[in-house]
Design a protein around this ligand. Structure first.
Ligand SMILES: Nc1ncnc2c1ncn2[C@@H]1O[C@H](COP(=O)(O)OP(=O)(O)OP(=O)(O)O)[C@@H](O)[C@H]1O
Ligand SMILES: [Mg+2]
Length: 256
């Protein structure tokens, strides 16, 4: 099977000289549920942002469905991006808009800019947005303002907006980091089940190893901008976890 995503020799150096990614290569196949783990600053967010070009890679290539994302013209980028749904830690909703309108924002990649900016969506888009909200148990809340929701509900809107894009790939950057344990389970269950039902591929950044082990079909462990583990959850030994989180490293001491 052709990979849906191919990352080749990806390097990102930020303008201040920080090397966030250093020569990363891997392929993702359709239907995989990849969880990326690694301590703070390992480069997990930078990796996801390079995939949908929120961040321009310094070197290397990102190929999505056979198209080189980082070598595409802006119109093509718009077409590629709408097939990649993003889910964020802080939800990134528009507070003053209704739940339904936030979800409809996922359709902007498909409508013309003027209609989109005026918030004019067609009946089909609205019906689809409503059916997505029903799937995540939010149909009753569709006219509520986004800022009236609980964190878990906000994230279900975030997921719904991503689904409204009709994505093939879901990128989720710590989708449960701001949620309590019960909401976290609910959100991970929704993401996992929807990906399975709709045959979507997912890459999810997580801090919690136990959650990664529960859902991932494959785990990628990052440290200092490099991949130091890429395998099945069952292969992730305590030794590897210690390496990924650097727990064995002695604290820095002053040489004097
Ligand atoms: N815009 C930026 N400019 C400069 N350096 C940046 C920028 N964004 C991230 N970095 C740096 O790049 C490195 C990787 O950051 P990144 O946010 O990708 O890590 P992360 O694994 O997502 O961390 P966390 O778990 O804390 O979210 C860090 O050293 C970070 O300080
Ligand atoms: Mg991050």
């Amino acid at each position: 099977m052709e990979p849906i995503l191919n990352i080749e020799h990806l390097t990102k150096v930020y303008p201040d000289g920080t090397v966030a990614l250093s020569n990363i290569s891997f392929e993702v196949h359709p239907g995989e549920f990849v969880v990326v783990i690694g301590s703070s600053g390992a480069g997990k967010s930078t990796l996801l942002r390079c995939i949908n070009l929120l961040v321009q890679p310094t070197e290397g290539n990102v190929t999505f469905k056979g198209k080189k994302v980082n070598r595409s013209k802006s119109k093509q980028v718009k077409h590629i991006r709408r097939e990649i749904g993003m889910v964020f830690q802080n939800f990134n909703l528009i507070d003053r808009l209704s739940v339904l309108n936030n979800v409809l924002h996922g359709r902007l990649g498909y409508t013309n800019t003027i209609k989109g900016s005026l918030g004019i969506f067609n009946k089909k888009d609205i019906a689809e947005a409503e059916s997505i909200l029903e799937r995540v148990g939010l149909k009753q809340q569709k006219y509520k303002r986004a800022d009236e929701l609980s964190g878990g509900q906000m994230q279900r809107v975030g997921i719904s907006r991503a689904l409204a894009q009709k994505p093939r790939l879901i990128l989720a950057d710590e989708p449960i980091a701001s949620l309590d344990p019960a909401s976290s389970k609910n959100i991970m269950d929704h993401i996992y089940n929807i990906c399975k039902e709709d045959q979507l591929t997912a890459i999810v950044n997580l801090h919690q190893v136990d959650v990664a082990l529960k859902y991932a079909t494959r785990i990628i462990g990052m440290q200092h901008g490099r991949i130091i583990f890429d395998g099945q959850p069952s292969q992730l030994s305590d030794k590897v976890i210690d390496e990924i989180y650097d727990t064995k490293k002695p604290p820095l001491v002053n040489a004097q």
